[in-house]
Design a protein around this ligand. Structure first.
Ligand code: UTP
Length: 297
């Protein structure tokens, strides 16, 4: 089999963001900032730092501001130059030069699997990466989460789902993987037997949850095309990956890094505080404020 590099990534960002209403009525949740950077910019940066050359964002009619964010903005650039704000000017230009980003609309929110299917002609016959706009992963000076998955893909040439262990009480919120019998679940990379979407705690085959990063072979599109709607009436990516396992090996990779579910209010607040504490200009003030606040609890 010819070895194919992972060059392309898909960022599905056409969900309704109902957990974050009313903010997401007119603003895509991917544009909500962690401190001052929209979450989608963290995701694009992770993809670029993982060696991705071309990115397709799946959007809907409510999401033009994402396109504007990654485009040039001549008026703003000129004004910044005229007022001698070189640092801000560079920052704005750098965003527009981050990556080759393309957009396609998902005409109806028919689920994550359906959103990925919208990328079929962009991807063609290559393995590709998927990063969910909801899941921000910070691995500081270590390898980005997606790069860890790409390296795992390169060693087995098979689809990889990024996982981390979640508390047993939380398994019902996630897609949960079932390792192949005999696999050592303490290894970072394990071959899978199956997957189940949002199982009850007592039915969960493990506590390893799929958390927003995938490397998939293009055969996934064959399954997505014929997939009938599953849980919630949506075309589920989990169902298609489960079907893919019948004809190909699929692995889970337990990636390193702190993952924030920024599509959830608490996850978003936690990420905002932790990213703010990383900022030199905010750290001391925020720490002092948090200490003072904690005394009132
Ligand atoms: P979620 O279920 O977390 O996103 O989908 P959502 O539907 O926007 O959020 P809530 O639950 O209503 O608050 C996971 C990812 O799949 C994308 C979302 O944008 C998110 O990145 N998605 C989901 C689509 O692109 N299209 C869909 O039809 C559904």
């Amino acid at each position: 089999m010819r070895k194919k590099e992972i060059r392309k990534a898909v960022i599905p960002a056409a969900g309704l963001g109902t957990r974050f209403l009313p903010a997401t009525k007119a603003i895509p949740k991917e544009m909500l900032p962690l401190v001052d950077i929209p979450t989608i910019q963290y995701i694009v940066k992770e993809a670029v730092n993982s060696g991705i050359e071309e990115i397709l964002v799946i959007t809907n009619s409510n999401k033009h501001c994402m396109e504007n964010h990654f485009d040039r903005s001549y008026e703003l650039e000129n004004r910044l130059l005229e007022s001698d704000k070189q640092e801000e000017y560079n920052m704005i230009c750098d965003i527009a030069n981050m990556a080759n980003i393309y957009y396609v609309r998902q005409k109806e929110p028919k689920g994550l699997g359906h959103a990925i299917l919208c990328a079929k002609s962009f991807i063609g016959d290559e393995p590709f990466a998927v990063l969910l706009g909801d899941d921000v992963v910070e691995n500081h000076d270590g390898k980005p989460a997606l790069k860890q998955l790409i390296d795992a893909y390169n060693s087995v040439q098979a689809s990889i789902v990024g996982v981390q262990t979640v508390p047993e009480d939380d398994v019902s919120k996630y897609g949960i993987v079932e390792p192949e019998k005999g696999e050592d679940v303490l290894n970072r990379k394990v071959k899978l037997r199956s997957m189940v979407e949002k199982p009850k705690k007592e039915d969960a085959p493990s506590s390893m949850a799929v958390l927003g990063r995938y490397v998939l072979t293009p055969e996934i599109f064959d399954y997505l095309e014929t997939q009938t709607p599953g849980a919630g009436g949506e075309i589920q990516l989990t169902d298609a990956i489960k079907n893919l396992m019948i004809s190909q090996s699929v692995y889970a990779y337990d990636f390193e890094g702190t993952r924030y579910d920024v599509g959830d209010k608490f996850g978003f607040i936690r990420a905002t505080i932790e990213y703010a504490l990383e900022r030199e200009e905010l750290r001391d003030k925020l720490q002092a404020y948090l200490k003072e606040l904690a005394q009132t609890f």
